[in-house]
Design a binder for this molecule. Structure first.
Ligand code: ADP
Length: 184
């Protein structure tokens, strides 16, 4: 099930929240800073132990890494790095889709029943909201449809898109409704 909410992601009692991190994974502005503040200093220490794949890069763009959530209500933080918007012709849509796919795969590997995403890349990284929202919804739906086939009666994962602004919330809601009405 996909749920769109208007909230602060650091307050959500879900199994995992996703952080729109940067490649160093040592905190930053926006949702990244809010998550580090709410989780406390142990999150920073956990991020430091994530091996660098090359100097200064713990999580390449489009990939995801997982740490505990420490003081957060969420048990896990899944750190993913969205693309910086450079006009849309530099692989941004594929990289953003990979963020959702890889984060959902990590959540499933850790037996998460609920996972909440912020609107990755749509803040400082400048990705236009509507195309970003279409990718988020498409990837969540494809993931759920795929795992549905393998679940054998278990409860479906809840994929929450957590919008920080009312404007974002409205855009997502409109798109989700349109997508549903196209399908049925
Ligand atoms: P990026 O660098 O990937 O663009 P930002 O943190 O700048 O990441 O913005 C991503 C999204 O996260 C934006 O929509 C921003 O409004 C939102 N955001 C910021 N703080 C929070 C929060 N506490 N909870 C949920 N979303 C947040």
């Amino acid at each position: 099930m996909i749920k769109i909410i208007h909230s602060d992601i650091t307050t959500l009692p879900v199994d995992a929240i996703v952080n729109a991190a940067n490649e160093r994974m040592l905190g930053g502005g926006g949702v990244d800073g809010a998550i580090h503040r709410a989780a406390g200093p142990d999150l920073y220490k956990a991020c430091l132990t994530v091996p660098e794949v090359r100097p200064g890069v713990r999580c390449p763009t489009g990939e995801a890494r997982i740490t505990p959530g420490y003081r957060l209500p969420a048990r896990w933080v899944i750190h993913t790095v969205g693309p910086v918007w450079r006009g849309g012709t530099h692989g941004e849509p594929e990289k953003l889709a990979a963020c959702y796919r890889n984060s959902l795969a990590l959540a499933a590997e850790h037996a998460c029943r609920s996972v909440a995403f912020p609107c990755i890349s749509t803040g400082v990284y400048g990705y236009p909201l509507e195309p970003a929202a279409r990718i988020a919804i498409r990837e969540a739906r494809e993931f759920l449809a795929h795992t549905e086939a393998q679940r054998h009666g278990e409860r479906e994962m809840e994929v929450v898109i957590c919008c920080f602004s009312e404007r974002d919330f409205n855009v997502y809601n409109t798109l989700l409704t349109q997508e549903v009405s196209h399908d049925y």
